[in-house]
Design a binder for this molecule. Sequence first.
Ligand SMILES: Cc1cc2nc3c(=O)[nH]c(=O)nc-3n(C[C@H](O)[C@H](O)[C@H](O)COP(=O)(O)OP(=O)(O)OC[C@H]3O[C@@H](n4cnc5c(N)ncnc54)[C@H](O)[C@@H]3O)c2cc1C
Length: 410
Amino acid sequence: MMDCDVLVVGAGPAGSGAARASALTGAKTLMVDKKKEIGTPVQCGEVIGLELVKRSGLRIPPQTICARQSFTRFVLGREIIVDNAEPYWHSVTVERKLFDKHLALRAALAGTAVQADTKLLSAKMRDGAITSCLLNHHGEEVEVEPKAVVAADGVHSTLAKVMGAEFFSPQDVARGVEFELVAKKNLPGCMQIFIEEEIGLGYGWIIPKGRRRANVGLGLVGVNASRRSFLEDWINGHPVVSQYFDVEKVLEVKMGDAPVPGFLGGPVKGNVLFCGDSAGQTLAFVGEGIMPSYICGGLAGKHAALMAQGEQQNYEEELVDAMGDQLVMGAVLRDTLVELWSSSVFDPKMRPLLSGAVMNELIGPDDMMQAVSSLDAEPLKAFQAMAKGSGRAIKARRCRNALHILRSDQ
Ligand SMILES: Cc1cc2nc3c(=O)[nH]c(=O)nc-3n(C[C@H](O)[C@H](O)[C@H](O)COP(=O)(O)OP(=O)(O)OC[C@H]3O[C@@H](n4cnc5c(N)ncnc54)[C@H](O)[C@@H]3O)c2cc1C
């Protein structure tokens, strides 16, 4: 039962994408996950950008979708609201418990053997390649001898440690915390991103899961405080967020880490192909990783199967063709944001506005200084001019106070 040519470790989006592709390429494939139930517990905002869904060719099953968003709202410095209705910022929110299980089902239907409650413990190596893996399968130790291994085991990858290949440092990992909350009143039909001095580099979010339910969370970079109390204080003290939510009706608490290292390509060590969070394959400026992991996982799985069949693998090159533009763009935006928040050149009050301009791709690293001088004069007008100049579907207006936002949404 546990015999295989390709062993896929981890049954998140990367692992299921990899296992399906490996099985379809003709390799005897086994996917294992240490979780008793694939998809649980959720450590995610559960939002998926539709542009990448198109690129993946995946049809998201309607039963996993709980909300659809036709634009994204940026609330900058609690002062300016930017609504971006471009296709890139259209999204759906999924129930990841259902979504991840659906992806694992697709992998199984393609011919993969799937084993939940099966943890990779250690591996034996020869000449830099894995010769056998020790698994704990429902409490019993089992040894398997795959020809190739896919490391889809997430941000704190065991396989990266086994192979002595830690691709990113702790500074490149954002700490996430989130509550699924019941809203006091109807939510607008958009995802909201909050960029402000109170959070620093990183951001807050409201991701609707229906009119009266949402994931409300924070991605923290360089903040060492307890994440849970930081989030509680943020929700209670925020002029916009507290109009919609308090922390009295918490349906779920979700915590996890997101790698945001920038572009690392498709790393391969010996006979191990790394994909998804284990390889830092997220859109680094926002930490979006579901679809990038699924797409990159598919490529890792295909090339692991080729390797197991004794053929030349070409993972890195195909990955650059398929996802290089998105991953590199994410890395450039991320680097620009890091510079913005770490350099003393920028007035702290200006940083949220400039971050909004960077994330909406209105300015790049080179024109940041010029933007600083024009934003200084009249931030909202300067922002509107940049948005208009871009000729894109971006609207900016002043958020005089939280009540103004609520009235305009109703
Ligand atoms: C708070 C937070 C919010 C986020 N919000 C979003 C969002 O809204 N949208 C988005 O696109 N991305 C979001 N992300 C990122 C996204 O969740 C990840 O990028 C994505 O899940 C990566 O998929 P993966 O398959 O690589 O890893 P994972 O989904 O982490 O899956 C790895 C799997 O490997 C298993 N595993 C680990 N070690 C072993 C072992 N030794 N043996 C067996 N199994 C093992 C784990 O149990 C796990 O199931 C968020 C991340 C965080 C932390």
